[in-house]
Design a protein around this ligand. Structure first.
Ligand SMILES: [Zn+2]
Length: 565
């Protein structure tokens, strides 16, 4: 809000007190999530960045430099839902990208919902090409936020204004968009099969005309037969001399070195390759701009909310590791994408009317082989096969029953077969303990925790146990939780791609994310007090005077609220 205008406005409003807090509310809240942006990565690569992206934030934003998640399973849906709700997974229920549903008797994908099919034909994920093994486990193309057990900030904004606020979200990943806009907003995501931005019947009966028009442009085709090339000469980069590392993944021919060729649009991996590069974020930006234009975001009497989750940093990190030439160039291009977004919002809404908040859903571990080169012990844990039931000798020996006692396994959880345990007259807590003990013997496993111990709350008051408890939801978490030692990673993604690295642990490289507030006349400042990303939702609620989301455990960040009030 322009201060001069407030002054003029107050002169004409006799009861200015009634209006003052209303006047200070942002017209638009723009919540940006960068998937897998560890807290130090913007600074690490800032030397070659421009003036309008991260450097502008560094100078003009309140930047919390010590923000950490405090639960154990730092995965995408878990982090996004925590950002949206201010709750931890024990409360919001999104404990993992995939969990075992005991009623359905199968592993389920976090936001799958067979009642609400996607609106486009031929846009469902193709299991044969999908790199994201969690999405490939979905039993339907349908998507909705129904599994999120609490309200989001965006829900509270909708409630506070009786749905007058516009609430929109976009991401390459379905879960990156669905989570943040909650139960009342509109979510769009990128189909790697059709190259369009799609949604489900939960949100619309049919596409609004502007979305049909947007998709008709087929913006993905501008990358046809083009490569992802370096933005600058190799000599300018920190990792210019190490493009080709043996631990980097050459997924479906995308290659380990620049230039990475997208191929032609008829290649079944074409849209996948776009998401493995800065192009995925560029397309997300295009769609975000279309939302701002067509829905007139920030031009209503109440605060509107736009969530944009950029996914490329995550894909590039998984395939090449955060310390790679690919990740370095991706960061420089993300910086440009952010600059374009900020400029666009400034032109359309005004940055002084917009509150920008930027964070990440989790951090980024280094590739173990890269760490080993620096003398830091790191390893892949091979004996635990993803989504395969481990055969446990101890069970056979102690209970006379073997593998059939394990009903499902998807790290970090093992689910036991409660029916067989009951039929055989076995003690559930004892079987859990036996499995937990055997898994503990695996090299690289730091800790195993049983659900009985978590329910009884008999655990020692240590960091790891506390992080396990914050992730424990009695309805969705498994019987045994596995926690890895620092720099130990579970490999073999369902027999699919072998990645350069994999997040999802409780250690600081996975929990550390930036929390940045900008716009709305905020003045640049760096804050080193420890906070949690959960604080974002509570703070946003306080800014618009709404109540906090129903499960939020976040604090209100006084620096932000005091600045705006
Ligand atoms: Zn993620």
């Amino acid at each position: 809000m322009n201060f001069k205008l407030i002054g003029v406005g107050m002169m004409f409003l006799s009861s200015s007190f009634l209006f003052s807090s209303e006047l200070n509310k942002p017209k638009l809240i723009l919540q940006i999530t960068v998937d897998q942006l560890r807290g130090d990565l913007p600074d690490k690569f800032m030397k070659n960045m421009g003036d309008g992206g991260f450097r502008w934030l560094k100078q003009n934003a309140i930047w919390y430099k010590n923000a950490h998640y405090n639960y154990s399973n730092t995965e995408t849906v878990v982090g996004h839902t925590t950002l949206a709700t201010g709750a931890n997974p024990n409360i919001h229920g999104m404990v993992s990208n995939v969990w075992y549903d005991r009623t359905k008797k199968r592993l389920v994908y976090n936001i799958e919902d067979k009642r609400y099919h996607i609106l486009s034909k031929n846009a469902d994920i193709d299991d044969s090409t999908e790199v994201d093994s969690s999405q490939a486990l979905a039993g339907t193309d349908g998507r909705s936020p129904a599994n999120i057990m609490v309200s989001t900030f965006s829900d509270e904004l909708s409630l506070f204004t009786n749905q007058k606020s516009k609430v929109f979200g976009v991401s390459v990943k379905d879960r990156g968009a669905v989570t943040l806009v909650g139960h009342n907003g509109k979510a769009f995501w990128f189909s790697k099969t059709s190259g369009e931005f799609i949604t489900s019947s939960f949100y619309y009966d049919e596409y609004p005309s502007w979305i049909k028009k947007f998709n008709k442009q087929k913006l993905n085709q501008r990358y046809d037969s083009k490569p992802w090339e370096l933005m600058y000469d190799k000599s300018k980069y920190m990792f210019g001399n190490s493009d080709d590392n043996p631990w980097e993944e050459d997924y479906a021919g995308f290659g380990r070195v620049f230039p990475h060729k997208y191929g032609t649009v008829d290649n079944k991996y074409f849209n996948h390759f776009l998401t493995f590069s800065p192009a995925g974020d560029e397309l997300t930006l295009d769609f975000a701009k279309a939302i701002i234009d067509n829905e007139k975001m920030g031009q209503h009497e109440v605060t509107d909310y736009l969530a944009v989750s950029f996914s490329s940093t995550d894909y590039v990190g998984h395939l090449f590791g955060p310390s790679s030439l690919e990740s370095e160039d991706n960061m420089l291009r993300l910086d440009k994408t952010l600059e374009k977004l900020f400029k666009y919002v400034d032109k359309k809404v005004g940055l002084e009317n917009t509150l920008i908040v930027l964070s990440a859903d989790h951090g980024a571990p280094e590739a173990p082989e890269y760490l080993a080169k620096l003398g830091i012990e790191a390893k892949w844990i091979a004996p635990l096969k993803w989504n395969k039931k481990p055969s446990l000798k101890r069970l056979e020996k102690e209970f006379g029953v073997g593998q059939e006692l394990i009903e499902a396994f998807f790290p970090p959880y093992i689910y036991l077969n409660h029916k067989i345990i009951k039929e055989k007259g076995l003690n559930l807590a004892k079987v859990q303990k036996a499995v937990a003990k055997e898994i503990m013997d695996i090299d690289g496993v730091a800790l195993t925790v049983t659900s009985t111990d978590m329910l009884n709350n008999t655990l020692p008051n240590t960091y790891l146990y506390k992080s396990a408890l914050q992730n424990f939801n009695a309805k969705r978490s498994g019987d045994i939780l596995i926690l890895f030692e620092p720099h130990c990673f579970a490999n073999d993604m369902d027999g699919g791609a072998v990645m350069a690295t994999n997040h999802g642990g409780a250690w600081t490289y996975d929990t550390f994310v930036p929390v940045i507030f900008a716009g709305s006349h905020i003045k640049g400042k760096q804050i080193y007090r420890k906070i949690r990303p959960n604080d974002i939702a509570s703070t946003l609620s306080a800014i618009v005077d709404a109540k906090a989301p129903s499960g939020s455990s976040g604090e209100i960040l006084e620096e932000i609220v005091n600045h705006l009030k």
